[in-house]
Design a protein around this ligand. Structure first.
Ligand code: PLP
Length: 384
C-alpha cells in the first residue's frame, strides 16, 4: 500500500514502551504520571456516567468547561477569550495541534517548527501537503536562534509552531522570544500555533509567557493547552484550542471532521471540579520538587544534567559515559540497567548525535530513587 508518511517508520514510542515492559524496566520514556487523578474528580466522573450524561456533547465542548478555561486564562494572562466563539474542547493536545495544522496548511505551504519537536506536528504538516521547515535549537540550552528563523521565512511560510515549555528539551521560551517572533511576523500573513500544554510546569520563579500576552501575535495565533498534566488525567485526552473568533470558526469546521465531540461525562466532571481544587496552585511546586529530587540523586555522577526550565521531562547527557548513538544507548539502558528513557533523536528531523536521553520525572520518590540507583550502578559498571 502506498504510504502517506514515507518518513515515518511507525511508533518508536510504543516500541520503547513495549521493550520496557518486557524487561521490567522503570518506564520514564513517555509522559506517564504516577500521580492519581484527585478522588473527588474521579467520583464526579463516575457520577456523571451514572446520571446518564452519556450522549454526545456539543461539537465545540460543553459551555461550563469553556467558561472555566476562559476565566482561568484571563486570571493568569489578562486576556479574555470568549467561551462561546473562541474556545473549542479537543480530544487531547495532539488532536488540537493536528486540527490547527489542517485548518491552516495547504499544498505547498511551508511550516517552521523547532528541531527537535513533538513528533506529530511534522506528520500532520505532511498529511496536509505542507513542507516542514526544521529550525535546529541551539546548545547550550536548546534556544531559538531568531536570525535562523528570519532566514527561513519566505512567501510560502504559512505557519510557525512554537511550543513552550518545550517537549522534549524542557526549555522555556520567554518574553524576548515572543517579541522576536512578533517582530519577524508583523505585517505577514503567517499564523502561529502555540502549544502551551505545560503552561503550569515552569520552574525557578519564572512565569509562563503565553502568546496571548502579545497582542500582535494573539490576533494570528491558535493556542492549545490541556488538563492532563495539571489534574493527572493525561488519559482523559482533555484539551482545548483558543483563537480569535474568525479563526476559530474555520478551526471548528475542520475539528468536527476529526472527532465529532469529546467525552461528555468527563467534560462535566472537569468543569464541576475545576475551581474548587488546589491542583492549579500546587502543580508547579509538585513538579519542581520532583525535578530537583531526581537531579539531586544524579549529582556528582557521570550523567550531565542541566535542570529543565519547564515540563516534566529532563534531558540527561551521557556523553561522559559513551559515544554510542542515543537509540543504542537507550536500548542498553533498558536491557542492562532496567530504566527506559526516550532518545532525543526520536524527536529530531536531522539526526545530530547529541547523546541525550529524555526522562519523565512525573514519578513518586520511591520510583525516582530506584531509577537513579539503577542508572548509577550501570554507569559504574560500564566505567569499571
Ligand atoms: C508539547 C506537546 N504537545 C502535544 C502533546 C500531545 O499530547 P497527547 O498525546 O496527550 O494528545 C504532548 C504530549 O506529551 C506534548 O508534550
Amino acid at each position: 500500500m502506498q504510504t502517506k508518511l514515507p518518513e515515518t517508520q511507525g511508533s518508536h514510542f510504543w516500541e520503547i514502551r513495549q521493550l520496557a515492559l518486557e524487561n521490567s524496566a522503570i518506564d520514564m520514556s513517555v509522559g506517564t504520571t504516577e500521580f492519581s487523578c484527585p478522588a473527588r474528580l474521579a467520583g464526579l466522573a463516575a457520577q456523571y456516567i451514572r446520571d446518564n450524561y452519556n450522549n454526545y456533547a456539543s461539537f465545540d465542548g460543553i459551555l461550563p468547561l469553556r467558561e472555566r478555561i476562559s476565566e482561568t486564562f484571563f486570571r493568569n494572562y489578562g486576556k479574555k477569550y470568549d467561551p462561546v466563539a473562541e474556545i473549542t474542547i479537543c480530544a487531547g493536545p495532539a488532536q488540537a495541534a493536528t486540527n490547527v495544522i489542517s485548518t491552516i496548511v495547504n499544498e505547498g505551504d511551508e511550516v517552521i517548527l523547532t528541531d527537535p519537536s513533538y513528533f506529530t506536528y511534522s506528520q500532520a504538516i505532511r498529511l496536509n501537503g505542507g513542507t516542514p521547515v526544521h529550525l535546529p535549537l541551539k546548545e547550550p540550552g536548546f534556544r531559538i536562534d531568531w536570525d535562523d528563523v528570519r532566514k527561513m521565512i519566505n512567501s510560502k511560510t504559512r505557519l510557525i509552531i512554537l511550543n513552550t515549555p518545550h517537549n522534549p528539551t524542557g526549555s522555556v521560551f520567554g518574553r524576548e522570544d515572543m517579541q522576536q517572533l512578533q517582530r519577524l511576523t508583523n505585517g505577514t500573513g503567517i499564523y502561529i500555533l502555540s502549544d502551551e500544554g505545560f503552561e503550569y510546569l515552569v520552574y525557578d520563579q519564572e512565569k509562563h509567557q503565553s502568546i496571548a500576552q502579545f497582542p500582535g501575535l494573539a490576533s494570528r495565533s491558535f493556542i492549545i493547552s490541556g488538563a492532563g498534566p495539571v489534574f493527572h488525567i493525561n488519559g482523559w485526552n482533555m484539551a482545548w484550542c483558543m483563537a480569535p473568533a474568525n479563526m476559530m470558526k474555520e478551526f471548528r469546521k475542520v475539528s468536527e471532521c476529526y472527532g465529532f465531540s469529546v467525552s461528555t461525562p468527563l467534560q462535566y466532571a472537569l468543569a464541576d471540579y475545576w475551581g474548587q481544587s488546589d491542583e492549579l496552585e500546587n502543580v508547579t511546586e509538585l513538579y519542581q520538587g520532583k525535578r530537583n529530587y531526581f537531579n539531586r540523586l544524579l549529582k556528582g555522577s557521570p550523567y550531565l544534567v542541566e535542570p529543565a526550565q519547564g515540563s516534566y521531562f529532563q534531558l540527561i547527557s551521557y556523553k561522559n559515559l559513551s559515544s554510542e548513538a542515543d537509540t543504542d544507548f537507550a536500548l542498553r539502558l533498558i536491557k542492562e540497567a532496567g530504566v527506559a528513557a526516550m532518545p532525543l533523536s526520536m524527536f529530531m528531523h536531522k539526526k545530530r548525535n547529541l547523546h541525550y536521553l529524555r526522562f519523565c520525572f512525573a514519578k513518586k520518590n520511591e520510583t525516582l530513587d530506584e531509577a537513579a540507583r539503577r542508572l548509577l550502578s550501570f554507569a559504574q559498571k560500564i566505567t569499571a
